[in-house]
Design a protein. Structure first.
Length: 451
């Protein structure tokens, strides 16, 4: 596929990195020579230095012959103009990223027709959804849903004293319908086999139905649920979106800390009844002690300053807050956050890139989740068996080493399959795979065949 990415920031870089490894022909356009040089030196893609609102630059970037153009700069108005030009030059499909989707309210169809985009995405909305999903699921660091919400993957850290540490996967007494599909140790991420021995400090991705994953959590020492307190640092766009969503979850006491007086007052006026707004600095120890922030169950840092988010999370954690969640704008910081013990670092830009990947693979693949900065993937796809086969056992599928079948959806039934489980034409499967094996997985299920 010929793909042009306009914008070489975190979204563009992450997207170009994964797509170029999958043998797509990728071009990247950006006005910043430093960002352009970074991509040129790191990735096997064509780089065009120039303005995405310039038709000549777009032509040099291959837009006129592109199967897909992805417009992901940080300037909403420039992105909208670029979409119009790309469509006029002949781009087949266009994905448009906007920070502010409010302008599309009541006029979405008009803007879609006028600008020519196929899909419009917002990094802020994705970040808010990811944060709220994590809060709702109580104990997991990250949650992804598949098969219309019937199957989930959840990410956990094996803390000191974990009951799982020191045991091989084959020795684990997991609840029925639960599978550990991926394990991360430092910078290494693997798709483990039964002889893999888990260790403290590792992170694991577990797949199953939500009630089975709840049972997994309880069996491994998760505390029972009770009324919880959530503190949010930042009353900006993401903070506002998070509060709106959290208000729909019962049993939450919500407080917001905002250092800007005008913004704090506006926020308090917007949420007058059930949200407490505190004016002050979340790195002010006196404020944190006075408001007993250390007793909160969850602290969420949503400012646009990575270092400020990091410091605030470390402070509240030292005071006793159970879980910390921080926005991270520089993707390279996610590993630093993990090393510092911050429970979850959410990158709005990487979330956006992952959503775009779902669109790129919108044939047989229904959903995709990228694990550990692109070191592994979880894909949901419809089974199309090769030849005239209508069914096959899992053990006869010839899945490559480094890929594992995590869940099977057959009609209304879902399960975690074993070797003798029968897969039928039309079923949906959810597979953990290393990125270089995704094409091989698609071949196994004949997913490249046109439906």
């Amino acid at each position: 596929m010929d793909i042009t990415v306009i914008g070489a920031g975190e979204v563009g870089f992450h997207l170009a990195d994964i797509l170029s490894r999958e043998d797509h022909r990728v071009s990247v356009i950006d006005t910043d020579p430093v960002k352009s040089r970074r991509i040129m030196e790191s990735l096997d893609v064509q780089v065009v230095l120039g303005d995405g609102t310039d038709a000549d630059v777009l032509n040099r970037g291959g837009v006129s012959r592109a199967d897909l153009v992805v417009v992901v700069t940080d300037d909403d108005k420039a992105n909208m103009l670029t979409a119009v030009l790309a469509k006029s030059l002949g781009a087949k499909r266009i994905i448009l990223r906007l920070h502010d989707l409010d302008r599309l309210d009541q006029y979405h169809f008009f803007y879609k027709q006028a600008l020519g985009f196929d899909v419009v995405l917002s990094t802020e909305e994705f970040a808010a959804d990811e944060i709220v999903s994590t809060v709702r699921e109580h104990h997991a660091l990250e949650v992804e849903s598949f098969a219309g919400g019937r199957i989930q993957t959840r990410r956990y850290r094996l803390d000191s004293g974990s009951k799982l540490a020191g045991l091989s996967l084959a020795e684990l007494d997991l609840p029925t319908g639960v599978l550990i599909g991926a394990v991360s140790r430092g910078e290494q991420l693997s798709i483990p086999k039964g002889d893999y021995i888990l260790a403290e400090g590792e992170q694991i991705w577990v797949i199953g139905k939500s009630h089975a994953l709840d049972a997994f959590e309880l069996a491994n020492g998760a505390p029972p649920l009770r009324r919880r307190s959530v503190v949010i640092m930042g009353a900006g766009g993401i903070g506002r979106a998070v509060v709106r969503r959290l208000q729909q979850i019962q049993g939450l006491a919500i407080r917001v800390i905002e250092c800007d007086t005008v913004r704090a007052k506006a926020f308090a006026a917007e949420f007058p009844s059930d949200v407490i707004v505190l004016e002050g600095d979340a790195s002010d120890l006196d404020l944190l002690h006075e408001e007993r922030i250390g007793e909160a169950n969850i602290f969420i840092a949503t400012s646009g300053d990575d270092e400020q988010n990091m410091v605030a999370c470390l402070l509240v954690h030292s005071l006793g807050t159970e879980r910390t969640i921080a926005l991270v704008n520089k993707a390279s910081y996610r590993q630093i956050y993990d090393l510092l013990g911050i429970d979850q670092a959410i990158s709005p830009r990487i979330l956006c890139a992952n959503k775009i990947l779902r669109f790129v693979r919108s044939g047989s693949i229904s959903a995709i989740s990228v694990l550990g900065e692109g070191k592994a993937e979880v894909i949901e796809l419809e089974v199309r068996l090769p030849g005239k086969k209508t069914s096959a056992k899992v053990k006869s599928l010839d899945l490559p080493s480094g890929a594992v079948l995590g869940a099977l959806v057959h009609g209304d039934d879902t399960c975690v399959p074993h070797g003798d489980t029968v897969v039928e034409e039309g079923d949906h499967v959810i597979v953990f795979a290393l990125p270089e094996l995704v094409d091989r997985v698609l071949e196994v299920f004949d997913a490249s065949r046109e439906g």
